[in-house]
Design a protein around this ligand. Structure first.
Ligand code: FDA
Length: 534
């Protein structure tokens, strides 16, 4: 009898805990919705703002901006509700009710987070999706714009191009990326050598903090304004809109693509690129994308480097410049095309250029399943090292793998490391990123692809930054460390990933977080923790 009692007890305890937690969950879920409905008051508004699991539109709203389809499987944890606010008071109510009922809040703008953190959580959560906050207001006279966080980069570029061909904005290459996450993590693009990051050109912002207060640059103060320009989203508050400084570009720019594969001396050309690309005039940006392809000569699999460039000027000026500074590339006039800066965004983003309307198309870049990682390279990689990583692209798991090498130098060399939270400035030859994809039907075997990219990353360790091994926050990688998502995360634990993304700026980010959100309401697996929190 005694034996029975002892053996049944743990089982009963589990049953009780499970049923209690289920009841609590259902309870907090219902209470949250009740709370929000009361605050929104108007029933016609409620149907446009709250999408519960039983709403027929729930799945389409949830999936609308999921970029990495690794996080849209039946096993992916789903939010209790998706809130799509129409006005700021809806956001304030969402903060109030999720705080009151202990639900985690995930903020989503463009949904491009590499690890899906804007729409997935292991604890009960709701998504605040800014899809209705997408206004872009361009003021060409003062060379500034206000852009709301839910807009895409394409919408911003389109809005600028609709008014002028001589102004631009130095943000990311892919038009579907959301402003909210991109600006709050730094944001680099094809103008990075000429003008630096998107975050370097933010001059004001509108933010709602954990207490529901609406703040601008003046009322939030310079510490918080510094932190939101690169210190990462979902940490300091919800950024509703950003005021940005536009930058000048010529009416005509030139782009080119030159492909070189293993049979065409690619190792030597890549080796040379490392000595040249960061020292070219700031008006010239030449990046490299490496993939496995079928050789047009031998039809066998080979590895190809695509040298893709933007020059802020005409083709006649570009050709002699490249022939003098990078003769190994063998650039010819037929590789080049002249176009406007906005068209060049589509070209460099590998998107169709049928019309500028493509900038507004949320599906212009096909959605894929992937895992990615990033590095910064400070010394040229020797030819033997390049041969080693190129050969890894011939492995079976690398059919849908690529590596992108983005040259730095130029403006990035001039901006001090602590000017903004993004620290990877002077002394970097280039930023390297690696990505591996696979087909949807191979999802069950995703482990072998993820192992491939981890092996690739281990191989690269010899050639990249060390102590810390730096990484780009906007290329989120949970392999480098994570917070405890439901409990307290110590400064030491967060430092593991924090110093890689932010170097010494991590310390100031923690101070700002401690000041503005000491209870750690805005949190995720890689949000900045306060010094001590519940
Ligand atoms: P998403 O909505 O997923 O948000 C990302 C993070 O920011 C989440 O933690 C989220 O909670 C938080 N967040 C979002 N909106 C917020 C808000 N308004 N206030 C507070 N927090 C907010 N990067 C780059 O620098 N240059 C490039 O060229 C590219 N290109 C590129 C192409 C593709 C196909 C992908 C998938 C990604 C990129 N990126 C990139 C990376 C991109 O900059 C990064 O994923 C951004 O965080 C995406 O911002 P979204 O708003 O789209 O993401």
């Amino acid at each position: 009898m005694k034996f029975l009692q002892y053996s049944v007890l743990p089982f009963l305890l589990v049953v009780v805990i499970l049923s209690l937690s289920g009841a609590t969950l259902a309870h907090s879920h219902g209470d949250f919705l009740h709370c929000l409905s009361l605050h929104l008051a108007n029933s016609s508004t409620i149907s446009k703002v709250i999408y519960m699991r039983n709403n027929p539109s729930y799945s389409s709203v949830l999936n609308a901006s999921i970029q990495n389809t690794r996080f849209s499987t039946p096993a992916t944890p789903k939010p209790l509700a998706i809130i799509t606010p129409l006005k700021t008071s809806h956001i304030q109510s969402t903060i109030y009710c999720s705080k009151k009922h202990g639900l985690q809040l995930r903020i989503r703008s463009g949904g491009h987070d590499f690890e899906g953190l804007s729409y997935v959580s292991e604890v009960p959560f709701v998504i605040l999706d800014l899809l209705n906050f997408r206004a872009v207001k361009v003021d060409t006279k003062n060379k500034v714009a206000w852009v709301q966080s839910g807009a895409t980069l394409g919408e911003l570029y389109y809005g600028i191009a609709a008014k002028t061909k001589t102004l631009a904005f130095p943000a990311g290459i892919c038009p579907t990326v959301g402003i909210g996450g991109h600006f709050s993590g730094g944001g680099y693009g094809i103008l990075v050598r000429k003008y630096g990051l998107a975050a370097d050109h933010i001059i004001d912002a509108q933010l709602i903090d954990a207490n529901g207060r609406i703040l601008d640059r003046e009322s939030m103060g310079e510490d918080l304004f510094w932190a939101i320009r690169g210190g990462g989203g979902n940490t300091f508050g919800i950024v509703l809109a950003w005021k940005i400084k536009l930058v000048p570009v010529p009416v005509v720019v030139t782009v080119f693509t030159v492909n070189k594969n293993l049979e065409q001396n690619v190792t030597k050309i890549l080796h040379r690129w490392q000595y040249i690309a960061h020292k070219l005039p700031d008006d010239l940006y030449v990046d490299v994308g490496i993939t496995k392809v079928s050789s047009s000569q031998t039809r066998k699999k080979t590895v190809q480097a695509a040298f893709i460039a933007l020059f802020l000027g005409g083709v006649d000026e570009l050709i002699p410049l490249v022939q003098e500074r990078f003769p190994e590339l063998g650039l010819a006039k037929e590789n080049c095309s002249e176009m406007s800066w906005a068209e060049s965004v589509l070209y460099l983003g590998r998107a169709p250029r049928t019309s500028l309307d493509m900038l507004l198309d949320k599906n212009v870049i096909p959605r894929t399943i992937f895992k990615a990682k990033s590095d910064y390279v400070k010394e040229p990689i020797p030819e033997s090292g390049i041969e080693g990583f190129l050969s890894m692209f011939l492995e079976k798991e690398a059919d849908f793998a690529s590596m992108l090498m983005v040259p730095f130098g130029g403006k990035m060399e001039e901006i001090p490391e602590n000017e903004l939270p993004y620290p990877h400035r002077a002394g970097n030859l280039f930023q390297a990123s690696y990505i591996v994809g696979w087909r949807k039907e191979e999802n069950a075997e995703s482990g072998k692809y993820i192992s491939w990219i981890r092996r690739f990353y281990s191989y690269m360790a010899t050639y990249v930054s060390k102590s810390p091994r730096e990484a780009y926050f906007n290329y989120r990688d949970l392999d480098i460390g994570s917070n405890n998502i439901s409990g307290y995360t110590s400064y030491q634990q967060a430092s593991i990933w924090g110093f890689k993304y932010f170097k010494n700026n991590f310390k100031r980010l923690v101070q700002v977080k401690t000041m503005v959100d000491p209870m750690n309401f805005f949190r995720n697996e890689q949000s900045i923790p306060p010094l001590s929190s519940p």
